[in-house]
Design a protein around this ligand. Structure first.
Ligand SMILES: [Zn+2]
Ligand SMILES: [Zn+2]
Length: 361
């Protein structure tokens, strides 16, 4: 093994799940560098709800110590012999996926984000047993397929959170035809929802923002929403029957007693209700009745992050249309504070951490 393969990265790691927001600088060994790999010195990492669910144990137990973070941007420091799309010095990003089998039907159809053998960016395991570690760290090594060049027109701090939150809504918007003449409803205006408004508008759709209360209505309009609907108002759905081509639900957890049946009734014929929120394992979607999807032939579905194709298109659209997320920047040492802000619903609308462990050349 060469000296470079023994390189250690450092990251802000959880070592004790009972103190999940206390992250301390810990060294770890990255995956063995292969000929298809790209090594990145991380400059920025967004803070995703997934980081919170993972650290707090909502999705099961974690490998310890654990570094989370999967909205990663940095500078390429090294590429393997087979790598063609990137070179040292380029800006590049990594999202929530770092591996797949690369040979199944899904992988061959550019749906590698649905590969049954997908490998998550952190708290997952490579075939050789190495545990994946995320982006609250100095560096990462990833197969080229899961590394994305960042266009010059998109700043690193803006690109970071696009790589999970952005693509998670961009992918279903694209798949289900958001564009001119289409009506898109966005349910829940948080990190994902704010991106759904930005990208649906950039794609040319008419956008409705659904929020509980009016606190975020002004923001949603500034993001580009054409209409804002307060879902705490009785009968808010009246007059909107058979309206939407796509409803993107970014709701992480529907409050007790809240129904999604009214949303299904607002879909146009064959309209799609797509859930991209991912609650803890014990929190299912509210129940629906077959009548709710029969009257308009509507469909209820889900979507999971995005493919490389989706990523490259999204970044190109962001560059072309000047899409800029609403972010709050913090030094990486404040990751715990940021995570607590996400948990408390205080974030407007995404935290992005800046590298502070290692100077990046
Ligand atoms: Zn994420
Ligand atoms: Zn596959």
């Amino acid at each position: 093994m060469s000296a470079q393969n023994e390189l250690e990265f450092k990251g802000y790691a959880m070592t004790d799940p009972s103190a999940w927001s206390t992250l301390s600088v810990t060294s770890f060994q990255p995956k063995t560098f292969g000929p298809d790999d790209v090594e990145i010195a991380i400059t920025h990492c967004g803070v995703c709800g997934s980081d919170l669910h993972t650290l707090t144990g909502g999705w099961g137990q974690s490998h310890l110590p654990l570094v989370v973070g999967h909205e990663i941007v940095g500078k390429v420091t090294r590429v393997g012999a087979n790598v063609k799309s990137l070179k040292a010095g380029d800006r590049a990003g990594v999202g929530a996926q770092v591996g797949s089998c690369l040979e199944c039907r899904a992988c061959n159809d550019n749906y590698e984000n649905y590969c049954p053998k997908m490998i998550h960016t952190y708290n997952h395991e490579y075939a050789d047993g190495v545990i994946t570690q995320g982006g609250y760290a100095t560096g990462i090594r990833v197969h080229e397929r899961f590394v994305f060049p960042i266009p010059d027109a998109v700043e690193s701090r803006h690109a970071a959170s696009m790589l999970c939150a952005g693509v998670t809504v961009y992918s279903p918007l694209k798949e289900y035809g958001a564009g001119p003449g289409k009506k898109v409803g966005v349910i829940g205006i948080g990190g994902l929802g704010h991106y759904a408004i930005l990208f649906a508008k950039a794609m040319g759709a008419e956008v409705y923002a659904f929020t509980r209360g009016t606190a975020k209505a002004e923001d949603a309009k500034k993001m580009g929403a054409d209409h804002c609907i307060d879902t705490t108002v009785d009968g808010y759905w009246k007059g909107l029957g058979m309206t939407f081509d796509i409803l993107i639900s970014t709701v992480d957890k529907f409050p007790a007693g809240v129904s999604i049946r009214e949303f299904l009734g607002m879909l146009y014929v064959h309209g799609k209700f797509i859930s991209v929120g991912l609650p803890d394992v014990d929190q299912p979607l509210p129940a629906i009745h077959p009548f709710d999807v029969m009257n308009n032939g509507s469909l209820v579905g889900g979507s999971h992050i995005g493919s490389k194709e989706d990523m490259l298109e999204m970044l190109a659209l962001a560059a072309e249309k000047g899409v800029k997320p609403w972010i709050q920047e913090l030094p990486m040492k404040d990751a715990g504070k940021a995570l607590e802000g996400v948990q408390a619903g205080k974030v407007r609308y995404r935290y992005v951490l800046q590298q502070d462990i290692a100077p990046v050349a």
